[in-house]
Design a protein around this ligand. Structure first.
Ligand code: PXG
Length: 289
């Protein structure tokens, strides 16, 4: 496997960065996770846009233009001869000293691109549905560390993931500080009630997920009402269907939340329809290489 590191392709074993890189020392950097389906890079422009938006707020200068970044991704995919893949795109502040001050990172920012496979959950989860819980760790406050930022500081999510794992679950609902449902540790959440879809609005400590946007688009095309609306845990418990969305996880049916069965306890019809339509979309919506 070859990894793109600062303009060069290097073997995985040689893809190493400095201990003084502020991405390592402080999580000071931005990232994206992107999927490739049969040589089509799904929503590449949207992912690049989001990376540059995160970098803008972090005042992190990306040493490549958007076009060069796309070319670098394609270059890496081709070098690894991948048809189906998961791309991890990372930009860090680069090498600095032992203080927080980002101005001390005087050299180049670090850019690396890993292209690999990813399988978050076994196939059975997609067929039978997942059981999840709500965890105590609340999602970061937007005014502290906005969940819209896909920064390298993912400890808020990792703490929640640890709580889920400690309780024997693979994924968890994180609430915002008001107690409304925000999202899961690495996915957005949707519920279905009386054939209408609901997902928390992005202002409530929720990442504007690209898969979430794709699902909202699918719902619109299918003439299903879809609302970006605050959701309580009660509303999740009494929903007819529930599912999660994310680049890595794709569409995951949820059949039990905090011990409450959702709907029939099996993946719902709308969830299955959305999954099918999403699969179709990935066959045509993307940048070909
Ligand atoms: N919310 C959060 C907090 C995420 O990290 C999503 C929603 C879904 O967004 P997209 O744009 O992918 O539809 C994400 C992204 C993992 C993992 O190992 C998950 C993500 C990123 C990196 C790793 O579960 N999810």
């Amino acid at each position: 496997m070859k990894v793109y590191l600062n303009g060069k392709l290097v073997p995985k074993e040689k893809a190493l960065i400095s201990c003084f890189d502020h991405g390592v020392l402080y999580g000071d950097g931005a990232f994206e996770g992107i999927r490739v389906y049969n040589r089509l890079i799904f929503r590449l422009d949207e992912h690049i846009e989001r990376l540059f938006e995160t970098a803008h707020t972090l005042m992190l200068q990306i040493p490549l233009t958007k076009k060069e970044m796309k070319q670098a991704i394609i270059y890496t995919l081709k070098a690894n001869k991948l048809k189906d893949a998961y791309i991890r795109l990372v930009v860090t502040r680069g090498e600095g000293d032992l203080g927080l001050d980002p101005r001390k990172c005087k050299g180049r920012q670090t850019v690396f691109i890993i292209t690999d496979k990813i399988e978050l959950y076994p196939e059975a989860i997609y067929k039978k549905g997942m059981e999840i819980i709500t965890v105590p760790t609340v999602r970061n406050l937007p005014e502290a560390l906005n969940p819209q930022l896909k920064s390298l500081n993912y400890l808020n999510n990792i703490l929640a993931k640890i709580e889920a794992i400690n309780s024997g679950f693979q994924e968890a609902i994180m609430l915002d500080t008001l107690g409304y449902v925000a999202e899961c540790t690495g996915d957005n959440i949707f519920i279905v009630k009386r054939n209408e879809l609901y997902t928390p609005p992005q202002c409530m400590g929720t990442l504007r997920g690209i898969t979430r946007d794709a699902v909202l688009g699918i719902a619109r095309r299918l003439s299903l009402s879809a609302h970006e609306h605050v959701i309580t845990r009660h509303e999740v418990y009494i929903s007819d269907e529930c599912f999660l969305t994310g680049t890595a996880a794709e569409i995951v049916p949820v059949v039990k939340v905090d011990g409450r069965q959702i709907g029939t306890g099996k993946p719902g019809e709308i969830t299955k329809l959305i999954s099918k339509e999403f699969k179709e979309l990935t066959k045509r919506d993307g940048v070909k290489y």
